[in-house]
Ligand binder design. Structure first.
Ligand SMILES: Nc1ncnc2c1ncn2[C@@H]1O[C@H](COP(=O)(O)OP(=O)(O)O)[C@@H](O)[C@H]1O
Ligand SMILES: [Mg+2]
Length: 352
């Protein structure tokens, strides 16, 4: 780059000098000839003309030589200055490719080179963020897998060593642990699916009220079994453009949470109602509630409140993350209101 610039500068300067010299020599010679013709008897002083031409030629040669050196020196520095940021960027890009994502390019001023530098810096910080997210995800997944796997392993070892009898309860306990692992893997699959660039919604006109009634059906048995009352309610025109499968997923995640975190004897109200310009889904329970300090963290990946970390509730902590991502994909809003000991209400608003 630098060499190419220097060569182009040098070549342009030499060509200009050459043309200028030729023109000067030709013009001077031509005019002197005319002068000789005009002024008779000039022949005697032709030595003067000769010396004059000689002086002119040498001064042109010296000027040309001096200018060429000057151009060479100037173009060397100009080219070096121009190519320096490019060289710096190339080096930075090579470092980034090698995994050193903390490198940044110095950007001063606001020309195109600087814009390029800024873009490269942004690229690096995006890559850095993704890399960090990937690391935490891997660490979290490893952590989530470790506990159930360790439990299953120690139980099986105890059974093998004859310390534990493989009673039906123990076996079903083991199966539950394995189920938990399966759910975790399914949740993770969904989450990756949603985060992939290929993720798209298959939108159509959906009646959210009807969808709620339909999707609550298979859950009714679990509610009855636990002794939690499920009330369903829908009001107004609840048709919106949405992906029915994804909305069903949101409803399932919210309702199964409500069931999970509501003790028997409690109640869950799931409703869909029309508001001006939007449709709202509300899932309200009379369950254990969530502390205010934890409210804004429950949508985080793997986050579970202190209370729900024990075996009794133990989920993966991904259900709400998935729900939020799906609501975001629909450009809707999701929020929660809760009072520990009294209950929790989750709301989803989708715009018409
Ligand atoms: N209806 C609810 N009542 C009380 N706490 C809830 C409710 N829904 C969610 N939570 C809290 O939010 C956390 C995250 O929810 P979620 O992402 O669905 O994970 P989990 O797999 O634990 O259900 C839960 O662990 C629980 O602590
Ligand atoms: Mg859940």
């Amino acid at each position: 780059m630098f060499r190419r610039l220097a060569i182009s500068f040098g070549a342009a300067a030499s060509i200009i000098l050459l043309i200028a010299s030729l023109v000067i020599i030709y013009e001077v010679h031509y005019h002197l000839m005319m002068f000789e013709e005009d002024v008779k008897g000039f022949g005697e002083s032709s030595a003067l003309v000769h010396h004059f031409e000689q002086a002119l030629l040498s001064s042109i040669i010296w000027t040309a030589a001096g200018s060429l050196i000057l151009v060479a020196v100037i173009s060397y520095f100009v080219a070096k200055n121009l190519s320096r940021p490019l060289v710096q960027m190339r080096k930075a890009a090579e470092k980034m490719a090698g995994g050193e994502l903390e490198v940044r390019i110095e950007t001063i001023g606001n020309d195109e080179l600087n814009d390029l530098g800024t873009s490269l810096n942004e690229l690096a910080s995006q890559l850095q963020k993704q890399e960090e997210a990937r690391k935490t995800l891997t660490a979290d997944v490893a952590h989530e897998l470790r506990t159930p796997l360790a439990t299953v392993k120690s139980h099986i070892e105890a059974i093998e060593d004859g310390i534990f009898d493989p009673t039906p309860e123990r076996m079903s306990g083991l199966r539950e642990e394995i189920d938990r692992l399966i759910y975790l893997v399914q949740d993770l699959e969904q989450l990756t699916d949603m985060e992939s660039p290929q993720f798209t919604l298959k939108k159509e006109s959906v009646n959210l009220g009807e969808l709620l009634l339909k999707n609550a059906e298979p859950l009714k048995a679990s509610f009855t079994q636990k002794g939690v009352l499920l009330n369903l309610n829908t009001q107004g025109n609840t048709v919106v453009e949405a992906d029915p499968k994804r909305i069903a997923q949101i409803m399932f995640n919210l309702m199964s949470n409500a069931l999970k975190y509501t003790p028997s004897g409690g109640r869950v109200n799931a409703e869909v109602f029309e508001e001006i310009g939007s449709v709202v889904l509300a899932v309200k329970d009379t369950g254990i509630g969530i502390k205010e300090a934890e409210l804004d963290r429950i949508f985080d990946r793997f986050y579970r409140t202190e209370k729900s970390r024990n075996r009794e509730y133990g989920g993966s902590g991904i259900g709400l993350t998935i729900a939020k991502k799906l609501v975001d994909a629909h450009c809707g809003d999701i929020w929660v209101e809760s009072k520990p000991g009294y209950g929790t209400a989750f709301y989803v608003r989708l715009y018409k």
